[in-house]
Design a protein around this ligand. Sequence first.
Ligand SMILES: NC(=O)c1ccc[n+]([C@@H]2O[C@H](COP(=O)([O-])OP(=O)(O)OC[C@H]3O[C@@H](n4cnc5c(N)ncnc54)[C@H](OP(=O)(O)O)[C@@H]3O)[C@@H](O)[C@H]2O)c1
Length: 218
Amino acid sequence: MSKVRVLSFAVSVDGFGAGPRQDLQNPLGVRGPELMEWFFNTRAWRSMHGQEGGETGVDNGMAERGFAGIGAWILGRNMFGPVRGPWPDESWRGWWGEEPPYHVPVFVLTHHRRAPLRMAGGTEFRFVTEGIEAALAQAKEAAGGRDVRIGGGVATIRQYLQARLIDELHLAIRPVLMGAGERFWDGIDLSSLDYECAEAVPGERAYHLFLRRRGALS
Ligand SMILES: NC(=O)c1ccc[n+]([C@@H]2O[C@H](COP(=O)([O-])OP(=O)(O)OC[C@H]3O[C@@H](n4cnc5c(N)ncnc54)[C@H](OP(=O)(O)O)[C@@H]3O)[C@@H](O)[C@H]2O)c1
C-alpha cells in the first residue's frame, strides 16, 4: 500500500530545518548548506547533477533510499522558490533548472493559484490551493500505488506531522548549531502523535533517524 514518507530531511542538532532569510542567493536560508552537507558529497547527489564520482557510504545509501519507489512529491511553496505573495508572472520555474530531479508529479502547496508547469524529464509542478489533505489525495492518486514523499520545507512537514498523515520520517541529524532559521520541533509532541524511533544509523556526516507512526508500516 502507498505510504507517506519524509525522507532525507536534514535537521541541525538545535532543531532547525532551514536557515533564516531565504532568498535567491540562499535557497536553503543563510547557512542552510551546512544542513545539506551530508548529501552534497554523495554519489546520489552528484549523479542528479550529471557529475561522476561521489562517496558511496552510508550517507549515499540513505540518499538513494530517498528516491526509491516514490510516485509523487509534495513541497511547500518556499521549497519551490523564493517568490512570495501572488505570482507576478510565470517566470519562476523552481530552483532545479529545466530538468528537475523529481521525474514524477510534484504538488506545491500555496495560497496563490497558478497553472501546472510541465518540465523536462517527467516532472510536472501542480499548484494546490485547497490545503494539505487535498494535496495528499491528489499526490496519492498520481503516485499510482507508489509512495508519496513530502519533500519539505519545515512548515509543510510540520502540518502533515500534526495531522498524523506521515507514516515514516527519516531525519538526517547534522552536527551543526544553526542558532536561527526555521524551527522544526517547536510545539510538536511526537510521542502523543504516536511516533516511535524505529531505526538509528550513524553516517559519515549525519546521524540518520527513522521515526515511524505506530502501526503505519507493517
Ligand atoms: N532541511 C532539509 O532537508 C530541507 C528540505 C527541503 C527544503 N528545505 C528548506 O526549507 C525552507 C522552506 O521551508 P519553509 O518552512 O519556509 O516553507 P515551506 O514549507 O516550503 O512553504 C511554506 C509555504 O507554502 C505554502 N503553504 C504551506 N502550507 C499551506 C497550506 N496548508 N495551504 C496553502 N499554502 C500552504 C504557503 O505559501 P504561500 O501562502 O506564499 O502560497 C507557505 O508560506 C527552504 O529554505 C528550503 O530550502 C530544507
